[in-house]
Design a protein around this ligand. Structure first.
Ligand SMILES: *[C@@H]1O[C@H](CO)[C@@H](O)[C@H](O)[C@H]1NC(C)=O
Ligand SMILES: [Zn+2]
Ligand SMILES: [Zn+2]
Length: 261
């Protein structure tokens, strides 16, 4: 039987939150697979939830990482999109069923059989996927993206999950046009991406936050145009109906799910 490549990674062995060196065999490269030497991998809060088994679904050992940038080292015989030497990225998932409504309309992230890059279950055989905290990753070409030479690979890595998480809805709702006014609620890992995309799209960007503590970062470093303190009713009233759309990056589910409980 074919063997994968000897891979060196970091894995969580239990819910302690610690990662330790972990040697394993990478997946065997299939016909439509790209083998990637990983250069950089972001750390997303989802990784922390899984590593610590906070969602109750950890399949240890867990090799985290789904914001991966690397260089193609080998390709299967059926690969047409990439060649060795290409700089590429891999995001939150590495496969999906390809036939359901979501897959057919370009919304694979909603596929019921979605295969997450880390701690996911392969459709064929159910093996647990091992993520980007490793030197080798083997992924089907359709779930690999090209990373432009002009982007520093280390800075590109967080775009593969945090970036696309705000970019996709912004584009879906037309919040990517010069002159429009975007509101960004929260200025963490996702919010700062929203500000940067908004400015890159030529938009006016207002950051909405509960306190003044993020004001300097928003207006100075990230070049947002305005800053609103959401606890100040006067400011909020004055800004009502002035924006074309608001992207909410604060993970507070109260209100959304309250009615379902
Ligand atoms: C992994 O393999 C390397 C040699 O390739 C070895 O030096 C190292 O001790 C191994 N680590 C573990 C945790 O087995
Ligand atoms: Zn993520
Ligand atoms: Zn599907």
């Amino acid at each position: 039987m074919a063997q994968g490549k000897g891979a060196h990674g970091l894995a969580a062995m239990d819910a302690s939150g610690l990662l330790s060196p972990y040697n394993f065999s990478s997946m065997v490269q299939r016909d439509d697979d790209v083998t990637i030497k990983v250069l950089f991998c972001g750390l997303c809060h989802t990784d922390l939830h899984v590593i610590k088994n906070e969602w109750g679904n950890a399949k240890y050992p867990v090799v985290p990482g789904h914001e991966v940038v690397g260089v193609v080292t080998d390709v299967g015989g059926g690969v047409t999109k990439f060649k060795p030497g290409d700089t590429v990225g891999v995001g939150y998932f590495v496969d999906s069923c390809r036939t359901c409504e979501s897959c057919r309309t370009g919304h694979e992230s909603y596929c019921p059989q979605l295969v997450e890059t880390s701690n996911g279950a392969e459709i064929d055989g159910g093996a647990t996927t091992l993520g980007g905290f490793s030197d080798v990753l083997v992924v089907r070409q359709d779930y690999v993206v090209r990373v432009p030479e002009s982007l520093p690979p280390s800075a590109a890595a967080p775009l593969l999950c945090a970036g696309i998480t705000v970019f996709s809805p912004m584009v879906e709702y037309g919040l990517n046009a010069p002159g429009k006014h975007l509101g960004v609620v929260g200025l963490g890992g996702l919010g700062h991406m929203g500000v940067k995309f908004g400015k890159a799209f030529g938009m006016k960007v207002t950051v909405i936050s509960t306190s003044l503590s993020k004001r300097d970062e928003a207006l100075g470093r990230l070049r947002a145009d305005a800053f609103l303190v959401s606890r100040d009713p006067e400011q909020m009233k004055a800004a009502a109906s002035t924006m074309d759309g608001i992207i909410d990056t604060v993970g507070v589910l109260v209100g959304v799910y309250a009615g379902e409980k």
